[in-house]
Every structure is written in structure tokens, then in C-alpha cells.
Design a protein around this ligand. Structure first.
Ligand SMILES: [Zn+2]
Length: 266
């Protein structure tokens, strides 16, 4: 009896905590989101998931507009003023510089998936290698459990540069968390920016472990029960926030002692 009551209280507390986090994301202002998009791009560049190209976008809450890093600004030192605003029809509505050629990738996904508030496009080594070897990504580490329903592949090696390409990519993605693009890269989605950021890192980590283990022989993967437990116990807002803060601290530490221009906003 007491045990059941305790479980109920814990369940209610967890639900309230999750609901509170979702509300907090909805209340994110355009300005705070702009800062976070720039931070995410720089941190992904530092981790090698994006380089001279690759992008992060976020849906501005309550609007049909999206923030995305500009095409030409260097990802390593990207600032909030390097973020442009586009609407879901592909029109740039604010910001200096042009939007990336592959903005259609993001727009196709946002139009098809109302639950998605952030999209990250990477050209990462390990995850992309699976499209070259024509092998499926399997959940081989606990952090890979969020991809246990599979990572589908867009079958043409090309840039996603028009509405049709974007819609086709979104169709391949379906309800999954990530989609690979043949011999090109990946698009990873999240219900909020930090979630997409951590998921993009975990896709690449899982791919790296799978490739490394494959060198030793055949590979095992998480059981359905292990997937369920890992998703329940490790894929939570506080775990995601912890990882985001780790990479924020890592960037700050790397920049310590580096002279910053007065206009820089790290
Ligand atoms: Zn690309």
C-alpha cells in the first residue's frame, strides 16, 4: 500500500518535472534561442560533427519561423548575430548573410513533424561511414538506445536544396529521431534544441563504438528490455541538461585565456 502510494507520488513528481521543462522550452525567447543555436554550432564544430559546413536550427516557439546559422559564417566562432531567420516557406525574413543551401532539409522536417523544435545537420565521420559500408546503425551502447527503432537512409547522395528534396527526406525520416543521407551526413531532430544537440552527439558516439567493436568481430546490440530501461533511466531532461552543460563548460575552459572581442557573445 505504502509502496504503491510512494510510486504514485514519484510518478506525479516526474510528470510535473517533464511538463515544467516543456513549458520552459515554449517560453524560450527568440533572443535566448539565438544564443543557444550559436553555442550549439560552436560546440558541434569543436567535437568535429560540423566543420566548414553543417547547421543547427530551432523553431521559434509559437511561430512558423526558424532560426538557423548563416551559410557563410565560420562555425568555429559563430555568434548570435550570424543566425538568420527563415519562414517555413523558405523565405529569409531577418538576419545578415544568406541561409544555408540545405535549409530545405530543416523546413521539410519542421513541416512534417510538429513535435520537432530543433534539427541538426552533420557531416560526421562515423555515422556517415555506415552509408558507405551499406550497414545499419545498431544500438550498441546505452547512449544508442534512443536510435533503437532504426536510423533510415535517404538513398541519394546529394545536397537537400529544394522543397521536394526536403519533403522526401522528411518522409524517409518518418517518426524516427535521425536520418542518414547517403555518402553525405545525417539530420538529427529533437523536441528542443538541447535534446537535438545531445542526440546528434550520441548518434556519432554509437556509430564510433559500433565501428570499433566490428574490428573485433561480430557485434552484439542492446536487448529490447535494455533499450526500454536505458531510455527510461537515461534519456531525461536532467540528463540532457547535464550533457549540454558539460560541453558549455568544455568550451569555456578552452576559451579561458583566449582574448575575446568586445562584441563576442560566448
Ligand atoms: Zn550537408
Amino acid at each position: 500500500m505504502l509502496r504503491g502510494f510512494t510510486f504514485t507520488i514519484i510518478s506525479i513528481a516526474v510528470c510535473l518535472a517533464l511538463a515544467g521543462y516543456a513549458v520552459a522550452q515554449e517560453k524560450e525567447t527568440e533572443e535566448t534561442l539565438r544564443v543557444k543555436v550559436a553555442q550549439a554550432v560552436r560546440m558541434l564544430a569543436r567535437e568535429g560533427l560540423v566543420a566548414s559546413s553543417g547547421h543547427v536550427s530551432a523553431r521559434i516557439p509559437g511561430t512558423d519561423k526558424v532560426l538557423i546559422n548563416s551559410r557563410d559564417a565560420s562555425r568555429e566562432v559563430l555568434q548570435p548575430e550570424d543566425i538568420v531567420t527563415v519562414d517555413l516557406e523558405g523565405n529569409k525574413v531577418a538576419g545578415k548573410g544568406g541561409e544555408p543551401d540545405e535549409t530545405w532539409m530543416h523546413l521539410g522536417i519542421y513541416r512534417a513533424r510538429p513535435d520537432v523544435r530543433s534539427v541538426i545537420h552533420t557531416h560526421a565521420l562515423h555515422s556517415t561511414s555506415f552509408t558507405i559500408a551499406r550497414k545499419p546503425i545498431l544500438p550498441v551502447i546505452m547512449r544508442g538506445s534512443i536510435f533503437a527503432d532504426g536510423v533510415p537512409e535517404y538513398p541519394v547522395a546529394r545536397k537537400i536544396i529544394n522543397r521536394q528534396h526536403g519533403e522526401d527526406l522528411a518522409r524517409v525520416l518518418g517518426s524516427h529521431r535521425a536520418v542518414l543521407i547517403r555518402m553525405h551526413g545525417a539530420a538529427v531532430v529533437g523536441a528542443y534544441l538541447e535534446e537535438a544537440f545531445v542526440a546528434a552527439l550520441q548518434l556519432e558516439e554509437n556509430a564510433q563504438y559500433q565501428i570499433t567493436a566490428s574490428a573485433l568481430g561480430s557485434v552484439d546490440q542492446l536487448t529490447p528490455e535494455e533499450v526500454e530501461e536505458s531510455n527510461r533511466e537515461s534519456w531525461k531532461p536532467n540528463s540532457i541538461a547535464k550533457r549540454w552543460e558539460y560541453y558549455r563548460a568544455k568550451e569555456k575552459k578552452a576559451l579561458a585565456g583566449t582574448p575575446l572581442s568586445s562584441s563576442a557573445n560566448y
